[in-house]
Design a protein around this ligand. Structure first.
Ligand SMILES: O=P(O)(O)OC[C@@]1(O)O[C@H](CO)[C@@H](O)[C@@H]1O
Length: 394
């Protein structure tokens, strides 16, 4: 039984709260950034003006009658929320719908010249091409001759801390990148995680990706290592079916990351080749399920996804937003049980996440007290703390 079934769903209606700031400040900043990123025409600028007005002062508008995904959004709550302020509906819903409307405004879904053009691609590419990415890839050379457990640990932590590479977060958290990460994890189930992926295993890892670029690259490196070390026989990488939360990874971003790896010097190219051939022979496959951009928690996932996660040896869920969706976007006490909050998940599941929003579960009372004593409540949203939590299943 969940320990706090009545924990309130987070809304964006409390001025001064983090969710309110995302709706009131981050979303307008994202609209500004998108306007400047690509040479849009007058129709697109007008649509962006309208979205800005609607999401800050207006109400949620329905989708166009001919939208391909209208039925899906109705099933996800559109009829209930249309006509209400963006601030008065579940925050998760409001945010997801914002990205859907933003893409609509720039013609992403409309047949024509702008169809499928990712408004966030310039910032994603800039990050992937940055010298910092070269440095991170060069560091792989020193790892090459280390014992397997050491390489596995380094690549797991690379994937974990890669979650700081979140372009939406950086837009609204000035200096976030410079803020030093705190290496000690607030919860650490690493031992349980490795017990599910022993060497010489043949299982399937599902990795639900989060950000492109400097998060996706280490995610791919981790997958390459697990395949090569025989800790898994197959991997399935879930990406978003369309651009989302600024830097979330799509198929195009996986292609860019793989090409970046294979073109790199040294050990990085070796990992790239492992992944390239795993794609070719089916040991690594991509999924872009519509539910990956749904405004709902994973407790509400559809049957086909549930069957897929149930069949996996382990599902690794990356990042802050996926964490909110995994445990439910509710204000639980930080000491609420992670296992109870994820009991709905159909198979073994691990969360790798840096803390960038208020939702958290599974901390000890001592850890919470120490964090509060040191930082007040800033530790929840500052992106400097991280966790690895595992529910090995029933
Ligand atoms: O999921 P990610 O990339 O780790 O983080 C997503 C994020 O930046 O955006 C959301 C607020 O808009 C929060 O969940 C978090 O702050």
């Amino acid at each position: 039984m969940p320990d706090t079934p009545a924990a309130p769903v987070i809304l964006g209606d409390v001025p001064g709260s983090f969710p309110h700031s995302v709706l009131a400040e981050r979303h307008p900043a994202i609209i500004r950034q998108v306007r400047e990123a690509l040479p849009y025409g007058p129709g697109q600028h007008r649509a962006l003006d309208e979205l800005l007005e609607s999401c800050t002062q207006g109400v949620i508008e329905p989708l166009p009658e001919d939208a391909d995904d209208l039925g899906r959004w109705r099933a996800w709550g559109l009829d209930e929320y249309a006509g209400r302020s963006w601030f008065d509906v579940p925050w998760l819903w409001s945010e997801s719908y914002f990205y859907r409307r933003l893409l609509e405004a720039v013609g992403y879904f409309t047949p024509g010249p702008w169809q499928g053009i990712d408004p966030f691609r310039p910032s994603k590419r800039a990050e992937l091409d940055a010298p910092e990415t070269d440095e991170e890839l060069a560091a792989l050379d020193a790892l090459r001759d280390r014992p397997e457990p050491e390489r596995a640990r380094a690549l797991l932590h690379g994937s974990l801390w890669g979650n700081r590479a979140d372009l939406g977060f950086r837009l609204s958290a000035a200096g976030a990148e410079a803020a030093r990460p705190v290496p000690a994890l607030v919860a650490d189930d690493t031992g349980t995680l490795w017990s599910l992926l022993p060497p010489s295993a043949t299982g399937t890892l599902v990795l639900v990706a989060d950000n492109a670029g400097r998060e996706l690259v280490p995610d791919l490196l981790l997958i390459a290592h697990l395949l090569e070390a025989g800790r898994i026989g197959r991997a399935v990488l879930h990406v978003k079916p369309y651009p989302y939360y600024v830097s979330d990874a799509t198929t195009a971003d996986v292609v860019d990351a793989l090409r970046r790896l294979t073109a790199a010097p040294g050990a990085a190219a070796g990992y790239g080749r492992v992944l390239w051939s795993a794609m070719a022979d089916g040991r690594l496959t991509l999924r872009a399920h519509p539910f990956s951009c749904a405004p709902l928690p994973y407790a509400d996932q559809p049957g086909d996804l549930r069957a897929e996660f149930a069949a996996a040896t382990l599902t690794v869920v990356k990042g802050d937003l996926n964490y909110r969706r995994l445990v439910g976007d509710r204000l639980r006490p930080p000491t609420a049980s992670f296992r109870d909050a994820t009991a709905h998940f159909p198979g073994p599941v691990a969360a790798l996440r840096t803390l960038k929003s208020d939702v958290v579960t599974g901390l000890t009372a001592a850890t919470e007290a120490a964090l509060v004593a040191a930082e007040g409540q800033r530790w929840r949203t500052g992106g400097t703390h991280a966790l690895i939590q595992v529910n090995p299943g029933p």
